[in-house]
Design a protein around this ligand. Structure first.
Ligand code: IMP
Ligand code: MG
Length: 191
């Protein structure tokens, strides 16, 4: 039993540095939930999770939104098994809800090039929602101008332009289950 516990709490061997601990993540998410709760008083937002990366963030965030609300899910893919964006977005699973007249909050794990979110926002706008806002857990501080200019109404934290994993974020579908966010050792993806 003791060895099992230490295995869970120790750093994964493929991670070289922790960027956000579990406790830091909890604090950030609770704050975002409070902001959304304050801003959407009297409304019933439809909170849209962009799968798969935002799944953990979404499930934590909605517990801090103290309002009537609904959820829906999209699956989009832009990265494949690479660590840089392929530049094209594919909808692999669309919404089930009719979003016309609804207040939409798109929940995304990380804003990088902005390609995914700008595609989703444009796509949603054609369905005539009342409003569309973005809640991004992380925003990457990219040095080059973002391909698509996106201003999330809710931003959890900024991160350096490095490839990170954990708390839903993957590399080739792995590492999503890490309860913290960390930087992958370069040899993991250059091997
Ligand atoms: P964008 O379209 O370039 O803004 O990328 C957004 C998507 O790429 C996110 O939803 C993530 O799934 C993925 N992504 C971007 N940066 C990272 C990263 O550092 N680690 C893991 N996934 C990332
Ligand atoms: Mg991904």
């Amino acid at each position: 039993m003791a060895s099992e516990t230490s295995e869970i709490t120790s750093l994964h061997p493929d991670i070289e540095e922790v960027v956000f601990t579990e406790d830091q993540i909890k604090e950030i998410v609770a704050k975002m939930g409070r902001q959304i709760t304050a801003d959407y008083q009297g409304k019933c937002p439809l909170v849209v999770c962009v799968l798969k990366g935002a799944s953990m963030f979404m499930s934590d965030l909605i517990r801090h939104i103290k309002l009537p609300m609904e959820i829906d899910f999209m699956v989009v893919s832009s990265y494949g098994n690479q660590t840089t964006s392929s530049g094209t977005v594919q909808i692999l699973k669309d919404l089930e809800s009719d979003i016309s007249g609804r207040d939409i909050i798109i929940v995304e794990d990380i804003l990088d090039t902005g390609i995914t979110l700008s595609y989703l926002i444009d796509n949603f706008q054609t369905r005539k929602p009342a409003s569309v806002q973005v809640a991004a857990f992380l925003v990457k501080d990219v040095t080059a101008p973002r391909t698509a200019a996106i201003e999330p109404a809710y931003e959890g934290a900024h991160v350096d332009d490095r490839f990170i994993v954990g708390y839903g974020l993957d590399y080739a579908e792995r590492f999503r289950n890490l309860p913290y966010i960390g930087v992958l050792k370069p040899e993991v993806y250059t091997a």
